[in-house]
Design a protein around this ligand. Sequence first.
Ligand code: DGT
Ligand code: CA
Ligand code: CA
Ligand code: ZN
Length: 585
Amino acid sequence: MSVNRSLAACFEQIASLMEIKGENAFKVSANRKVARLLEDLDRDISDIAAAGKLTDLDGIGKGTAKRIEQYLQQGTIDDLEAMRAELPQGLTSLLDISGMGPKTVGRVWREAGVIDRATLKEAIDSGALAALPRMGAKTIQNIADSLDFAQRAADRTPLGKAMVLAEMLVDQLSACSGVRKLDWAGSLRRGCETIGDIDLIAVTDDPKGLVEAFTNREDVEKVLAAGETKASVRLAQGVQVDLRIVDAAVHGATLMYFTGSKEHNVKLRERARSMQMRLNEYGLFPDDGDETPPQQRGVEPVAAATEADIYAALDLPMQPPQLRESLDDPTCDPPDLIESSDILSDLHAHTVASDGHLQIDELIDAARARGLKAIAITDHSVSSVQANGLSIDRLLDQIKAVHEARDRHEDMLVLAGSEVDIRTDGTLDYPDDVLAQLDIVVASPHVALKQDATAATERLLAAIEHPLVHIIGHPTGRMIGRRPGLEPDMLALTKAAAATGTALEINANPRRLDLRDAHVRTAVAAGCLIAINTDAHVAEHLDFRRYGVLTARRGRLTSSQCVNCLDHAALQSWLADKRSLGQGH
Ligand code: DGT
Ligand code: CA
Ligand code: CA
Ligand code: ZN
C-alpha cells in the first residue's frame, strides 16, 4: 500500500505549493482532503483505479482521478512537477515553522530571497528579514525561536508521550483555585497515533489565575501567547500546549470544536446550515442571515453546554471522539465501541526468561493489580537471539514454571505461551510438537521487515493459517516515525484470519500501535478477531492498554470481536477450539 502513501504525499505537496503561491483556498483544501483520504484508505488505490472506480470515492473528481491515474502509470504528476519547477525546493520545509504561514513563506521568498531553512537563518542573522516592511523585531524573534524548535522537534509527538504530559498538566492545573473543568481536546482526545500539539479546554472561576499558573510553570520553555482566556506555551519536553478558557454555558461547543477533526467540524457545520442553523465554537445558533457572529449579538444558542446537546439538536447520534475523522460519517449510529474496562486479559507479555524485567509471579501480580483476570506469559523464541530467546529445553522448563505459578494464583488464569518468531518464509521457530505443548501461541514478525508486499502477505498468511497459532503479534512490525514495517495485503490477511479464527493483535505499545487504526477498520469489517495486548517487558507497560483501546475504537472495534474480553471459560474454549478446528484443515 506504499503507493497510497506516496500519492498522498504528492497531493499534500500540491496543496502546500498552491498555498505558497496564494491560490484559491477551496482548491487547496480539496487537495489536502485527497491526501488524507489516500492515507486512510484500506485498499490499494491502484486496484480502485484499475476497476475504474476512482471517482466513486468521496472527494475525488475527474481532475483528481486523472492525476492519480497519471501517477500510477508514470510515477509523476505533470501539474505537480510544473509547480515544483516554479518554486525553490526547500521552500515547503518552512511551512512547518510556527509563525511561517504560507503567505509569509511566499513573501520572504519573493522579497528576501529565502529559499529554505538555511537561507531563512541567514536572512535573520544578516538583518535582511528586519529590513522588510511590516516585519517587526518581535515577529522575527518568534520565527528565529520557532526555527530552532522545529530543528529540535522535527517530528510529531507520539500518543504515549503526549497523553502522559496532558495527564500531568490536567492533574496539576485542576488543583488551581476555581477550576471546574479541564479536559484535553484535539487529536489527543481522538486518540491519533501522533499529536501535533495538546489542546486543553477549561472552565474556571478564576481565568487570570489559571493562565498565570499555566504560563509560569517551570517546564515552560517559551510563552507563545497569553491573553485573558487563552494561552499557548512550548514545553521543554518539546510539545506545544494551547489552553482555552470558556464559560460553562458554551463548554460543549468549544470542546467539540477543538476536538475536531477539522473535517468532522466541516460536516457538522454543513449539517447545521442545511437545518437553517449556524455552528461555531460558541454554540449552535439559529441562522438569522446576519453576517456578524451570533454570540457577539447576544443571540441565544439552540445548544452549547454539552456535546450531547449539540448532536441532539443537529438530529445526529452522539459520535465518540475516535470516530470523528474524515472517513467517519456523522449521520451513522456509532457501534458500541470497546472500552478499557471491557478488557480482562493481556495475552502477550515477557519475563526475565527472555528480555523482560519481571519474574513470572511479579508479572501475574502486576496484571492482577491492574484489574486483569488472565495473563499469558509469552517469552521470545529461539531465533530472537538479541532478546535472549528460549531454546526448546528452556521453553519446556518455562512451561513447567508457568504451570506451577498458575497453581499458586488460583484467581488468575495464567497461560503458558510463547511469542514465536515468524521466519522470513512464514515458517515458525519451534516444531509443531513443541508448539502443541503451549496453552497459547503468539506468532510475530521480527526480522526482514523490508520484505516486499507479496512476500510479506504470503509470510503472514502462512502464520495465520498455522493450526497451532492463536494470535499474530504486531503484524507489520512498524515503529511509528522510525520504520514503516511490512505492507501486506490487509484485506487478504483479515479474511484469512476470520476464516481460521486467528486473532490479529493491536500491539498497544505507543511506539508500535500495530495494527494501526485503518487496519483495525479493515479487520473489523472482515469479521476477524482482534487481540489488544501490551507486549509488556516491565509492569508499567501493562498500562499501554489504553493506547491499544483508543486505536481499536478508531477502527470501530466492539468488545464482542476482541479476545481479551472473553472470560476464563470462553477464552479457554477459543484457545482449544481454534486448534481442533485447525487440525481438520
Ligand atoms: P494536531 O494538533 O495536528 O495533532 O491535530 P488537531 O486535530 O489537534 O488540530 P489542531 O490542534 O490544529 O486544532 C484542534 C482542533 O480545532 C481541530 O481538530 C479542529 C479545530 N480547528 C482548528 N482549526 C480549524 C479550522 O481552520 N477549521 C475547522 N473547521 N476546525 C478547526
Ligand atoms: Ca492539537
Ligand atoms: Ca492546537
Ligand atoms: Zn513481545
